[in-house]
Design a protein around this ligand. Sequence first.
Ligand code: BES
Ligand code: MN
Ligand code: MN
Length: 472
Amino acid sequence: MYFYNMKEIKQFIGNNRDRILNELFDLLKIKSVSADSSFKQDVKDAAIFLKDNFKNIGCENIEIIETAGHPIVYADKIINKSAPTILVYGHYDVQPADPIELWDNPPFDPIIKKTDIHPEGAIYARGACDDKGQMFMHLKAFEYMKKFDKLKCNIKFMIEGEEEVGSVNLEKFINENKEKLSNDVILISDTGMIANDIPSITTGLRGLSYVEVEVTGPNRDLHSGLYGGAVANPINILSKMISSLHDENNKITIPGFYDKVLEMTESERKEVSKIPFSKEDYESEIDINSTYGEKGYVTNERNSYRPTLDVNGIWGGYIGEGAKTVIASKAYAKISMRLVPNQKSENITKLFSDHFNKIAPNGVKVKVTPHHGGEAYVTQSDSIEYQAAEKAYLKAFGSKPIAQRSGGSIPIVPLFEKVLGSKSILMGFGLDSDAIHSPNEKFGLFNFFKGIETIPLFYKYYYDLWISNKNE
Ligand code: BES
Ligand code: MN
Ligand code: MN
């Protein structure tokens, strides 16, 4: 055991607050949008920023690793070969900022504003929460531990630039670098928590199957008077096909879709029901008059334990000013399916594709193109990393965190388990209302600094538990 002083870290934060925020602002100003190739140099600039920061905080073996896509940044500090090793994973790439006109302030010009939920202020910028702000907490927590001689664990950092586009090249990298990345546990802050006074640890992520569909009717756009009524209109047909994918109970109609889904146990449902949740707040925060979803399940079950199918985008035909009387030749949609443990992304994509082709009526042709996917992830709440995280939150927040499965996806997490044999502990500090992927994304100052406080505690408790586990 080693001495640990809460006051000391609070002091470190207090004394370095402005500098730390300035550094984060500099990172947030870099337009590292991985999906758009016109930002390729910006993505690289973010990698260089991290490399420099790793150097300043005292990391070693700092590398920018080029890939077929965007680079990976690696850095470590190995203090003792017989100590436990923690691999910190995060991403420095961000979602596109569009639609830019819906931002109250420019997305890459960070600004602090107070809100009801964030009375101490929140940083508004694309990537503030997902994931630059959360990832950067780990660098600053390390800086503290290094400066004040608190390091007891070996630390490896792997920060990637392609999470928002499916981590395709990272998968290859981890397959080829198992030794370099070997670890006892992976620590990630890229999820959320329930509220600033209700900390939680994420114990599950959903998988993902993502497809693009194309429905083709006539070989050219037709006059909708001359041909209307006599030929299949691809947009009408696509709409019909899409609406047939859910039944009157909002269950997905693709044959076999639920075959592998594990029904929730009574005790799981009981656990979910204990999670503090206000339907009114949930509805009012996103300005809807009612929640909506699969019959027989409540909101917190629908958004984490249950699989879904959603259209993410749909287009075709004339959308310009005024009216144009036309039957379009083609209609398109992008469709995502969130998957739960035991469903396999590849299998679900095939079930979708077979079904979509089958339900296409005569008069149209259908093409289904799969995009990236990923598997779901669940982890137990009795591991030493969970216990360490639980103790860390209890100490930093003054209340015991709640275990909660999330609806989002981080496809590399199940791959870490498959390739490296390591479990991940998901210590997220964001809130649902932080609007990740949306206009006006933000991250509370409270959350950012509380994260920096909580992380060193995790290392401390993990080390203690790891040692006593080893000596057992
Ligand atoms: N950090 C998110 C995932 C997330 C957010 C999980 C909040 C749990 C709570 C991540 O950056 C993300 O956006 N993932 C994508 C998947 C990816 C393949 C594009 C997602 O979930 O849509
Ligand atoms: Mn993320
Ligand atoms: Mn994201």
